[in-house]
Design a protein around this ligand. Structure first.
Ligand SMILES: [Zn+2]
Length: 564
């Protein structure tokens, strides 16, 4: 079996998706274990304790963890990793792959390539069960958009055979520089040619903050990505993106360096802006651009579901348990790693790698280590922030499933893919029905109707799959439209543009700050000064009055004493 062969199309695969804390891992393990008793019915080992003693690889299934934080070695508490006991003897892939000290993170393409190698290395009789909350990985792996190539490691100049070092994880252009707009300044072209290297050539005209046009030294940093914490550099990068791809540029705040950079990388990967007619783009096969998202496997998806109302209290309890299990110790450990990578903990890029873990940023104001951190007033606030962030994360995961993953499933089915989604309960209640469905799937028998089985809300949640009028996967243009931002020239300072989303914009233009900045002439200055003066007078008079009253109050007890 050659590791380079892509997984065969008809291979069966199972995915377990759902929000954080809903019980995905338990279901994945139970499914893997059920296969053992199913395929090896003769052993008939119903005894759970007996099963636990069986060795890894005895189950004809492997769990592939699709979790962008659990890729990091160690830090088991903050990343909510399954324990050895919870793995139940089932082999788990995708955990502890990268050392957080090396910096860097696996982008979706890297994860998909590595997962593909793993799947290709498994015997045909072994079922891969993808399980995790990074639905972005799962979706791209199962239903890749036409522009995502699985052969990127081959064309990339970094050696794909070496161990995953930080250099290997760094993005390298997959193709020559695409066609760039004519009117772009030569300085910007130089930045474009070098932005992904360790020493980009920054345009001098824009370096208003550090006058000298500081070169962007990475030698002191171990991060795989240059740390973008200099406003002038962030601004230059954003200017560049706006110049080559204005629609993408409008999506991001200029300070959101990682996303701006990623947009530049994607622009390069795509072979240029969509606005450039396809005929002049290189390496674009006009034949497959409309191919859509095909299912790569015979796919069975279990969506472990619980409504947010009942999930939230459970998530809160889990955060409390994380603290009991050593969250604060891991945060202190992570701060040490941040210091190694970024020089100081203050300049940590919270949008990069392991530092995105929920809890890390939220606990930033708590001094660690300290003898009694739990009674520090900063602790309670940090704990609340962590809980809130966890709720928000669960909400965004749910949104992703509904707005991205289900439409992708729909598209794949319409293109002839064999894909089915079942909504099941978390915990024990969900396991038995899922195991039954898996047995039918493995036997290649006719599967039950997904609306009629599993979670009570299944019919509503899966409605989209049966509605021919809706459910297109939002493409880049939609996202560009939804997330468009603009700068407010009236309120911006030189080198510090104020960037607002369109929602914020409506509120902003009505704000006092904006009105004052936008109409400085209209306001009658003299009248305003007079008003300020009058206000000052009034406050002073009030203070005087208070002083007199206080003095009187102080006098009274004395009088009282002398009388008695
Ligand atoms: Zn404004």
């Amino acid at each position: 079996m050659s590791a380079s062969t892509p997984a065969e199309k008809q291979r069966s695969i199972v995915a377990v998706i759902g929000t954080t804390g809903v019980g995905k891992s338990d279901l994945a393990v139970a499914l893997a274990q059920s296969l053992k008793s199913f395929t090896n019915a003769s052993s008939n080992s119903e005894n759970a304790s007996c099963r636990r003693q069986e060795k890894v690889r005895q189950f004809p299934a492997v769990v592939l963890s699709a979790d962008s934080m659990q890729l990091y070695k160690g830090l088991d508490v903050i990343t909510n990793k399954v324990t050895e006991e919870e793995k139940g003897g089932v082999e788990h892939w995708g955990l502890d792959m990268v050392s957080p000290g090396e910096g860097g993170s696996w982008e979706v393409g890297k994860w998909c390539n590595e997962a593909d190698k793993k799947v290709a290395s498994l015997p045909a009789s072994t079922l891969p069960i993808i399980c995790g909350g990074t639905h972005y990985f799962i979706q791209h792996y199962l239903f890749p958009p036409p522009e995502l190539s699985f052969d990127r490691s081959e064309s990339s100049s970094t050696s794909s055979k070496s161990a995953p070092t930080s250099t290997a994880l760094r993005w390298t252009p997959p193709r020559p520089l695409p066609l760039i707009p004519q009117n772009i300044a030569p300085e910007m072209v130089r930045l474009l040619e070098t932005f992904w290297t360790t020493k980009p050539e920054w345009p001098h005209g824009l370096m208003t903050q550090n006058g000298e046009g500081s070169t962007f030294e990475i030698s002191s940093s171990n991060s795989s990505r240059p740390t973008l914490n200099d406003d002038a550099q962030l601004l230059a990068l954003h200017h560049l993106l706006c110049a080559i791809d204005p629609k993408e540029g409008r999506r991001w705040h200029w300070r959101d360096g990682r996303k701006v950079r990623r947009s530049l990388e994607r622009w390069w990967e795509r072979g240029g802006s969509d606005d450039i007619p396809i005929a002049v783009k290189e390496n674009v096969n006009s034949g497959d651009t409309k191919a859509g998202r095909q299912a790569r496997f015979r796919t069975l998806i279990f969506w472990v579901y619980e409504p947010l109302e009942t999930l939230r209290p459970r998530l809160d309890k889990r955060v409390d348990r994380m603290v009991e299990n050593g969250l604060l110790r891991e945060i202190a450990e992570l701060r040490g790693i941040a210091k190694e990578i970024y020089g100081t903990t203050e300049s940590t890029d919270h949008t990069e790698g392991i530092f995105q873990s929920i809890g890390y940023k939220e606990f930033a104001s708590l001094a660690l280590p300290q003898r009694d951190s739990l009674s520090d007033p900063a602790y309670k606030a940090a704990l609340e922030r962590t809980k809130l962030s966890t709720h928000q994360y669960a909400k965004s995961q749910l949104k992703w499933i509904k707005k991205q993953l289900l439409p992708a499933v729909k598209e794949a089915k319409e293109l002839g893919g064999e894909v089915e989604v079942y909504v099941v309960n978390g915990g024990h209640k969900g396991i038995a029905p899922a195991v039954d469905i898996l047995k039918v799937f493995m036997a290649q028998d006719e599967l039950p109707k997904p609306e009629k089985i599993g979670h009570g809300d299944a019919q509503d949640l899966l409605e989209l799959l049966n509605d021919p009028s809706t459910g297109r996967v939002p493409d880049t243009t939609d996202r560009q439209h939804i997330n468009a931002r603009r700068h407010c020239d009236a309120c911006s300072l030189p080198g510090q543009p104020i960037s607002l989303s369109l929602n914020e914009w409506d509120v902003h233009v009505k704000s006092r700050l904006h009105k004052r900045n936008a109409n400085p002439v209209k306001r009658d200055k003299e009248e305003w000064i007079a008003q300020q003066k009058a206000e000052g007078e009034r406050k002073r008079a009030e203070r005087e009055k208070l002083k007199v009253e206080l003095a009187e109050l102080k006098l009274r007890p004395d009088q009282h004493d002398t009388i008695v």
